[in-house]
Design a protein around this ligand. Structure first.
Ligand code: ATP
Length: 320
């Protein structure tokens, strides 16, 4: 029977992590399970930095961005002796099971601990929406709202000056944030790892929009790590009728109060994690698939291809 569980956040932070911590804490306490917050991900676990969570420890946190527990990376956690030391620390403190909120690297850590006898459940926390086993991650919707708000503002000023705004958004090799932003903002072009990047095609399309369609502005949404948008902006100014301006949205996308959609998602996923641990299940990750909260083994999730976004790329093309 599970009597004490730990909760930690690991990898990059995301809005909604606090809501997930709150959900895990409150649902567990209401089930008679003690909860320990672990500071700074696996680093705090290794160093034994725990905090006993009361109901009030998570008061007024559900609407706060970031993570009250802090997050960190601990590359050494890939080593068996470090993992074993963490298991020892957990056992010394009577902690039977763990909820790990983070990305796929954090999931691998959770799987390793489960194999060593501490049941762990992974919750997907990242704005990048790049975690397998779920349609959406905690933080994605909030980041999307931030991107849409920023791009809407850029469009106002672009149209006054016959500009082409090239906007770089995050995503870490996943084009979802760019694609959803592009559709939501009515962008003229979207460049992601899935679309690939062809500079000549971009310039050609912009010349067409300028000369044939007589558009007075254009918005190009680009996924980070796809191309150098400062260089692209210069080429646009030189080779098309638009004046190119590059904007990197940067870490602003990672902050802010979680959206209601992320609050709902994090609350539902936190509940599911506690229910799984209560049933004695570990080594699983929680996801939302076709709007239903579900879970699958972390091993299966890590091997699964992400669901296709082909229909959304097609939609984007049909809306331009
Ligand atoms: P993000 O989406 O921000 O990249 P992430 O969870 O994937 O989140 P990582 O830096 O890859 O971020 O992993 C976070 C932590 O998880 C690492 O610092 C390390 O402690 C642990 N971790 C990563 N990969 C492994 C692994 N293969 N085995 C055990 N632990 C791992």
């Amino acid at each position: 029977m599970v009597r004490k569980i730990g909760v930690l956040t690991s990898g990059g932070d995301a809005p909604g992590m606090n809501t997930a911590i709150r959900s895990v804490t409150r649902v567990a306490l209401n089930n008679g399970i003690e909860v320990y917050g672990i500071y700074d991900g696996y680093r705090g676990l290794l160093e034994g930095r725990f905090m006993k969570m009361e109901r009030s420890s998570v008061s007024e946190t559900l609407n706060r961005g970031g993570t009250i527990l802090g997050s960190a990376r601990l590359p050494e956690f890939r080593e068996l002796d470090v993992q074993e030391k963490c298991v020892e620390t957990l056992k010394e403190n009577g902690i039977d099971a763990l909820v790990v909120i983070g990305g796929d690297g954090s999931y691998r850590g959770a799987l390793a601990l489960t194999r060593l006898g501490i049941n762990c459940i992974g919750l997907p926390g990242t704005i990048d929406n790049d975690i397998p086993g779920t349609d959406f991650t905690i933080g994605f919707d909030t980041a999307l709202n931030t991107c849409v708000e920023c791009v809407d503002k850029l469009r106002d000023t672009s149209s006054s000056h016959h500009r082409c705004s090239i906007v770089e958004v995050m995503g870490n090799h996943c084009g979802d944030l760019a694609l959803y932003t592009a559709i939501s903002c009515g962008a003229e072009m979207v460049i992601t790892p899935e679309t690939g990047y062809d500079e000549l095609e971009v310039l050609e399309k912009l010349r067409y929009l300028d000369q044939a369609i007589h558009k007075n502005h254009a918005i190009v949404i680009v996924s980070e790590k796809t191309t150098d948008i400062q260089a692209l902006a210069k080429k646009i100014s030189l080779n098309t009728g638009f004046s190119g301006r590059a904007t990197v949205l940067g870490h602003i996308q990672r902050g802010g109060a979680p959206s209601p959609t992320d609050r709902m998602l994090a609350s539902r996923m936190g509940e599911k994690a506690v229910d799984l641990l209560t049933e004695g299940i570990g080594g699983q990750c929680v996801g939302i698939i076709d709007n239903e909260i579900s879970s699958m083994s972390i091993e299966d999730a890590l091997e699964r291809p992400r669901s296709s976004r082909k229909h959304l790329y097609r939609l984007f093309d049909r809306l331009v």
